[in-house]
Design a protein around this ligand. Structure first.
Ligand code: GRF
Length: 229
């Protein structure tokens, strides 16, 4: 039997997206192994979740390093120690430098709580309300040097209700993120997806727009062809 692809997940916070990915692996919806959970914060809930479920953990805090370059060298060494096929950012709250990003180009992905390219950066839920938008969502994208700007593989969408607040938007979006991330990973692990310059190719065809969960992509990462919708 061939070796399963190995993931390393990076998280700074509570780790609910990490848990969703781990659940998908445990339930055999995602044919992968989890190499490690790596965090930049000793108090991150994600580290505790991982340790309680026998996933290797590493914590590398920036305050122990003289600057970003040193920190990122140590981070890369830690990640590479697990020889991951994919590096998965799940609420990792650091802007990564170009060296590190180039090292993992085409095999590092991130989930962002907005319909990119709208609302890069922080406070996305509040900014959706301020802009008076009627829809919101989350995006999984390849990581490139510019923040939240890499090509988007897949998105999930939801309607904004009149009485939504930033908190209710975040609460309603999170369960959708927990479906989107494992589904996108399942698609990636199926070797169908490739980053070519700024384009995303699936089965050698460039996609014109991000895949939409529930329309183009099902929860198990299978592509839904137009005739099957
Ligand atoms: C999620 O909303 C994710 O989109 C963003 O950070 C949050 C992380 O949440 N990048 P969790 O730690 O996975 O619960």
């Amino acid at each position: 039997m061939s070796e399963q692809p190995r993931l390393v997940v990076l998280a700074s916070g509570r780790g609910s997206n990490f848990q969703a990915i781990l659940n998908a692996i445990k339930q055999q919806r995602l044919a992968a192994t989890l190499g490690a959970m790596i965090s930049d914060r000793a108090g991150a809930g994600a580290l505790e979740l991982a340790a309680n479920q026998d996933v290797d953990t590493v914590c590398i805090e920036p305050r122990h390093f003289s600057g970003r370059d040193d920190y990122e060298k140590a981070l890369m060494t830690a990640i590479d120690g697990f020889a991951p096929h994919w590096v998965v950012l799940a609420g990792f709250m650091r802007v990564l430098g170009a060296n590190l990003v180039h090292h993992y180009l085409g095999r590092m992905i991130n989930i962002h709580p907005s319909l990119l390219p709208r609302h890069r950066g922080l406070n996305t839920h509040r900014r959706v309300l301020e802009a008076g938008e009627s829809d919101h969502g989350a995006s999984v994208h390849f990581v490139t040097p510019a923040l939240d700007s890499g090509p988007v593989i897949a998105q999930v969408r939801m309607r904004v209700a009149e009485d939504d607040t930033a908190d209710t938007l975040a609460d309603r979006l999170l369960p959708l993120e927990h479906r989107l991330y494992p589904a996108t990973l399942a698609l990636l692990l199926d070797h169908r997806v490739e980053l070519r310059d700024e384009d995303i190719c699936i089965d050698d065809q460039t996609i014109a727009a991000p895949l939409r969960l529930g329309r183009d992509l099902d929860d198990d990462g299978r592509l839904v062809r137009p005739g099957e919708r």
